[in-house]
Design a protein around this ligand. Sequence first.
Ligand SMILES: Cc1cc2nc3c(=O)[nH]c(=O)nc-3n(C[C@H](O)[C@H](O)[C@H](O)COP(=O)(O)O)c2cc1C
Length: 161
Amino acid sequence: MAKFLIVYHSRTGGSQQMAEAAFQAAREEIQTCLVPAEQAGPDDLLDADGYLFCAPENLAALSGVMKDFFDRCYYPVLGRIEGRAYAQMVCAGSDGESAARQTARIAQGWRLRAVQEPLIICTHAQTPDAILAPKSIPDADLAQCREIGQALAAGLAMGMF
Ligand SMILES: Cc1cc2nc3c(=O)[nH]c(=O)nc-3n(C[C@H](O)[C@H](O)[C@H](O)COP(=O)(O)O)c2cc1C
């Protein structure tokens, strides 16, 4: 039976809420693991048939902890996960495009198949105080995260990907 892996990193809670929303929807459809980037490794990737990556944009780049996950896993799984489906979600204060591009390039290197456009949720946190504050992602945005989780999981369950 197909398995779905969600890997996320979050510093102030936004990406975590997004990943958890996707997880709650996905687990209704298929066996799904939700793993923080710090704890995720090559075996998690090899063991799953599809992926959802979720992380913040920091300093116009993917957050360092998420990048470390990709750095640790890139060569151990290269050539072993080609063609698998993936999607990504970015939590951003104002932009998010750079982080999304970075993940897409890494996924392209792995020859993963993007089955959804990147979902970028903007928290509009732009002052230092707002950026450092805990985030609360609105329900309407979490609904989009649930949709991505559900769509990927359902596609995997039906063998569409
Ligand atoms: C050091 C730092 C750099 C950041 N740089 C960016 C940035 O380049 N672009 C952007 O859109 N948001 C930026 N942000 C804002 C975060 O993306 C935003 O606060 C987001 O909610 C963080 O996700 P999290 O709540 O999952 O940690 C930055 C935040 C921090 C702490």
